[in-house]
Design a protein around this ligand. Structure first.
Ligand SMILES: [Zn+2]
Length: 144
């Protein structure tokens, strides 16, 4: 089942819903300078070529209509990816018209998403959070 070369990192919404699986860690992703979101390439999974990076947003609902965001130097159209459980915006796609090579098209660009800072936690973090609660409980028992 699991490939020995690549491990999958999983990330959760702050409500604990699993929302992202990727071979890349969030720390390894490039950061968008304008809003510090992390740039997540989304590979075409139907492609037969070897994929070195895998990522998939899961349990999310993507806006059908874009939200226009006002920036210092203009506007941009964002399609928010919301957590399917708590409705929090965890990522967004940009409109195809925002990119040089698809300037005359519209609709969400599907090969890249931008992760909103602070919206996700890794499964490891979530587990260690639980362990910490257990530790606190233990200490509490000892102190009593
Ligand atoms: Zn959530």
């Amino acid at each position: 089942m699991s490939s020995p070369e690549q491990s999958i990192h999983t990330y959760h919404c702050i409500c604990t819903q699993l929302v992202l699986a990727s071979t890349s860690t969030l720390e390894s992703l490039k950061t968008r300078s304008s809003d510090l979101s992390q740039i997540l390439p989304l590979p075409d999974l139907s492609s037969t070529s070897t994929i070195s990076h895998y990522a998939s947003l899961t349990n999310t609902v993507v806006d059908i209509k874009p939200t226009v965001i006002r920036l210092e130097d203009g506007f941009e159209k964002r399609y928010f990816h919301k957590c399917g459980r708590c409705d929090l915006n965890i990522a967004y796609s940009l409109d195809q018209s925002q990119f040089e090579d698809t300037r005359t098209s519209s609709g969400a660009r599907e090969d890249v998403a931008f992760l909103i800072p602070g919206g996700l936690m890794s499964t490891e973090d979530m587990k260690s959070g639980k362990d910490m609660d257990a530790e606190i409980a233990k200490v509490g028992v000892k102190a009593a």
